[in-house]
Design a protein around this ligand. Structure first.
Ligand code: PLP
Length: 293
């Protein structure tokens, strides 16, 4: 029998690999699914992320389907989605005790909120000073943002913490100079869980007329934070830390804070954060936020 090896190598073998690959894929997919079922795994690292609660997922699903309107458009489905975003704004502002929902800006994650707060204030207030105070134990989203500002001529003080991870308030006050424009100190640490004295930090910031930003990504959903009581000017949060989806966050900016947008394009989020809003994500953030209070 004559065997045409050209046909075997070029057509028959790839077909066999493709078909067996397909069955292998189905087999391994089912295996992974089986291994990852909630009943089987015991997951403890809720600081890294939380699962999306069923009611959160249910609330989000319509926004991947029929409710696909662009919130900036004038059609009914667009206006409906804009309203949904505004409900979420109200929800977040209520949870953190903001004066107005207008002070809430939705972002793509906690890291983006940190970047926007720190760079936004630094760049808009360069004429007042170039000094920022933070700590050595901040999340990379804060530390690397500060490092990038150092390259642009800003001076950063990285405060030490004690063996419990707490800052020293006297050290903070001593670090303030007439060039200090911003204090950025986290509400709760992502590795050791230390809760920083944000109310006292807020008092110091207010006394010296300096903006206070807190990265509350690990705080919101676990501890009560009232931005007015704590004199917080900006606060970052992220939905995936409180049973919401990944890839959506928010930044609170007190009315009157001078800050510059960091992303150019559309005029969404009161012209402070360009980009069509992640409606499903924002609905999930709202729902997750509701379930944890
Ligand atoms: C304290 C803190 N800040 C910021 C972030 C970044 O948030 P996201 O993952 O939404 O970018 C995290 C995430 O682990 C965090 O723990």
């Amino acid at each position: 029998m004559h065997i045409n090896f050209k046909i075997v190598y070029k057509i028959i073998l790839p077909e066999i690999f493709e078909i067996s690959g397909f069955f292998l894929f189905i087999f391994s997919y089912n295996k992974i699914k089986e291994e990852l079922t909630v009943e089987k795994i015991r997951y403890f690292d809720h600081a890294a992320t939380t699962y999306v609660k069923d009611e959160v997922l249910k609330a989000m699903i319509p926004y991947f389907g029929l409710n696909y309107g662009n919130p900036s458009s004038i059609y009914t489905i667009g206006r409906h989605n804009k309203r949904e975003i505004d409900y979420a704004r109200e929800q977040v502002s209520r949870v953190i005790g903001a004066k107005s929902p207008k002070e809430i800006y939705f972002t793509g994650c906690g890291s983006e909120s940190d970047n926007l707060a720190i760079k936004g204030v630094a760049k808009a207030n360069k004429h007042k000073g170039n000094h920022i105070i933070t700590t050595k134990i901040e999340h990379h989203a804060v530390l690397e943002t500060c490092e990038s500002l150092e390259k642009e001529g800003f001076k950063i003080t990285y405060l030490n913490v004690d063996k419990y991870g707490k800052i020293n308030l006297a050290e903070l006050e001593n670090a303030i100079t007439d060039k200090t424009i911003l204090i950025s100190i986290m509400a709760a640490n992502n590795e050791i869980g230390t809760i920083e004295p944000i109310e006292e930090i807020g008092k110091i910031a207010k006394k010296h007329g300096i903006y206070f930003h807190t990265d509350a990504v690990q705080g919101i959903g676990n501890i009560k934070i009232n931005v007015q009581k704590c004199n917080i000017d900006m606060l970052s949060l992220s939905a995936h830390k409180f049973y919401g989806p990944k890839g959506v966050g928010a930044l609170y900016v007190r009315q009157g804070v001078e800050f510059e947008k960091q992303q150019n394009g559309g005029h969404q989020e009161k012209d402070k954060r360009a980009g069509t809003e992640n409606v499903a994500g924002i609905v999930g953030l709202r729902k997750g936020n509701r379930t944890c209070i």
